[in-house]
Design a protein around this ligand. Structure first.
Ligand code: CUA
Length: 156
């Protein structure tokens, strides 16, 4: 069978692109550890209020300079909407949503995550300096989206 020169070129080029893309997927799983949430990171989004730890949102000390922040996002606020920790604290956020997809962005930190109903988002950051950090929803979640924010108060 005769394959025209340019057709052969694009056949090979297509194969190369496929190999690169599949390689990227494999690397994201193997090297970067990206994967779907495991069973302990999913919950029934219609029963958030009865599912520990989300039946008791708040900030809990877990060790020296370590805190866990359990938060529920809903249209259009976080519960709790304001958390306070001392400077130097490492805070691990566990966040879920009781309705639609929200976001959790804390500018000038590494926290920038989606908050998805039925899943638990876990992010950690150490707040070294005192100050106030806004917590912003950065996934469009309805008419009140622009007003969905809270804050982290880091006390010196
Ligand atoms: Cu919640 Cu936008």
């Amino acid at each position: 069978m005769k394959i025209e020169k340019y057709e052969r070129f694009f056949l090979y080029a297509t194969a190369v692109v496929l190999v690169v893309f599949f390689g990227a997927i494999l690397m994201s799983v193997g090297e970067a550890g990206l994967h779907l949430p495991t069973q302990d990171a999913v919950l029934d989004p219609t029963a958030v209020g009865e599912t520990p730890p989300f039946d008791n949102p708040g900030v809990y000390p877990t060790g020296p300079d370590e805190y866990t922040a359990v938060m529920v996002a809903q249209a259009w606020s976080y519960s709790p909407n304001e958390i306070t920790v001392p400077a130097g604290s490492e805070v691990t956020f566990y966040v879920t949503s009781r309705d639609v997809i929200h976001g959790l962005l804390i500018p000038n930190t590494t926290i920038n995550a989606m908050v998805i109903p039925g899943q638990v988002t876990k992010v950690t950051y150490r707040f070294e300096d005192a100050g106030e950090f806004p917590m912003v929803c950065h996934e469009f979640c309805g008419i009140g989206h622009a007003g969905m924010y809270g804050k982290v108060v880091v006390e010196g």
